[in-house]
Design a protein around this ligand. Structure first.
Ligand SMILES: Cc1cc2nc3c(=O)[nH]c(=O)nc-3n(C[C@H](O)[C@H](O)[C@H](O)COP(=O)(O)OP(=O)(O)OC[C@H]3O[C@@H](n4cnc5c(N)ncnc54)[C@H](O)[C@@H]3O)c2cc1C
Length: 423
């Protein structure tokens, strides 16, 4: 599809992802007449479709903006203002108003009631169509020039050119969007991976692959920095994954990258128990299971998986026929250490979790976070993953897209209406 070169638009949105759609719909619903969205690929919203294992974790039932910011390793403090204007509850209401109900799971993650990401894609596409947003796909923007006084000219690979009074850049983690932002004067914080699992030097855990545990405390020491998380972990063939590990690597993303992913991880497998509780549990075994072997009867059976316990016995060097009744104090101490503070050298980055995001992007100091307008280039707005904001897993990354897209759309509509009124 081709348009006349330099046809006028009020707003050009570059990037048809979650943030771009939210901004375009919001601006159009607020009365901006000519909204054009250019998407590089043949299909918009492809990450929404892929997300949450095909179910799309749209947001999180974390209603308090002050608590919500705690889920963003980058952007924590600056996001207080934006979330006080549009947070998770607003996103839930926004989708409900457009016919998409979200339901909360036990851990707070919120998914479409239909349990399919296509329901979110359909909702956004229909809302865009209803509000008159024009979408052109397979049109990667290659350059952007201009400023508020003359408007912007966007050139696409097909050599089509578009003129717009305002531009919103919402190109996600794609390098071409970063290039456009830097052409317009922005400083980019270099991208580094976030939300990945850890590869550990821990041969003793290999036999436990596939085992999941709750309430595990992880302490990661990277150079002179320490990071701590408590929660569910999954033992994998290469090391550790699961929500607590992904949160840990998100917060430690920059430090880990700087150390070339060399660090030391201390794992407390039973963080819900004090040292005295654990000692009591081990001593209880001596009485209740005196005649049984250590491998046949383990403490904390509801919490501690058998395969992990057996691997601890191997590390401590417990003989196969060792009975609880005559378990030496040295072994008891070794087991206590295993339960409480196993140290594993980190050998590298493991595969990513279900969600992949990059830390880094346009420096937040260069964006007015009340309007998402660039402080470097008036008339240019930014939203979504292109900004130096990233959240942990659980719907927080999309929440930032809804918030920044909504604020950008509102402010663009307000500013265009004001400029129309100015003689
Ligand atoms: C597999 C996977 C699962 C995920 N699951 C979840 C989840 O369940 N919950 C959650 O909160 N987060 C999830 N995330 C993270 C989430 O998808 C991103 O944070 C979010 O998609 C970012 O949205 P965005 O609009 O900023 O960028 P994107 O979704 O990346 O959209 C940017 C769009 O811009 C287009 N574009 C780029 N450059 C140009 C250009 N020059 N011209 C025109 N178009 C351009 C791209 O093609 C793309 O369509 C997941 C990520 C992945 C990879």
């Amino acid at each position: 599809m081709s348009l006349d070169p330099l046809v006028e638009f009020d707003l050009l949105v570059v990037g048809g992802g979650a943030a771009g759609f939210m901004a375009a719909i919001t601006a159009a619903e607020q009365g901006v007449q000519r909204v054009l969205m250019l998407e590089a690929t043949p299909e918009p919203l492809s990450k929404v479709r892929l997300s949450g294992g095909g179910r799309c974790n749209v947001t999180n039932a974390c209603w308090d903006p002050a608590e919500l910011v705690g889920h963003y390793p980058r952007g924590q403090r600056p996001l207080r203002g934006p979330f006080s204007r549009f947070a998770s509850g607003d996103a839930v209401a926004w989708f409900a108003d457009r016919g998409l109900d979200l339901v909360e799971e036990d851990d707070g993650r919120m998914f479409p009631q239909a349990n399919r990401s296509s329901a979110v894609v359909d909702c956004l596409r229909q809302a865009a169509k209803r509000s008159g947003v024009r979408l052109i796909t397979s049109s990667p923007v290659q350059s952007l020039a201009g400023d508020l006084s003359s408007g912007f000219v966007a050139s696409c690979r097909s050599s089509e050119r578009f003129h717009a009074h305002r531009v919103l850049l919402a190109t996600g983690g794609h390098p071409s969007g970063r290039r456009l932002a830097s052409q317009l004067g922005h400083r980019l914080i270099p991208p580094v991976p976030s939300l990945f699992s850890l590869t550990l030097d821990a041969p003793q855990l290999r036999g436990c692959a596939g085992t999941a545990l709750d309430d595990v405390a992880l302490t990661l020491v990277v150079g002179d920095e320490r990071f701590h998380q408590v929660g569910r972990v999954l033992i994998t063939h290469w090391g550790l994954s699961g929500p607590a590990t992904l949160r840990l690597t998100a917060f430690a993303a920059r430090a880990l990258q700087a150390s070339r992913y060399r660090a030391v991880l201390t794992v407390s497998w039973c963080s819900g128990w004090s040292q005295a509780d654990l000692l009591a549990a081990l001593r209880g075994q001596r009485i209740q299971a005196a005649r049984r072997t250590l491998s046949a009867s383990r403490p904390l059976t509801a919490h501690l998986p058998r395969r992990l316990w057996v691997s601890m016995l191997e590390v401590v060097g417990v003989a196969a026929d060792q009975r609880w009744a005559d378990c030496p104090a040295k072994i008891e101490k070794g087991l206590l250490d295993q339960l409480q503070q196993c140290r594993y050298p980190v050998k590298g980055r493991g595969p990513f979790g279900e969600e992949f995001v990059t830390a880094g992007g346009v420096d937040l100091g260069e964006i007015n976070l009340a309007t998402m307008e660039s402080r470097r280039c008036p008339g240019l707005h930014l939203a979504g993953e292109l900004m130096d904001v990233d959240g942990v897993t659980g719907g927080f990354n999309f929440q930032h897209c809804w918030t920044s897209g909504w604020l950008a759309g509102q402010s663009i509509a307000r500013q265009l209406a004001e400029s129309d009124r100015t003689p």
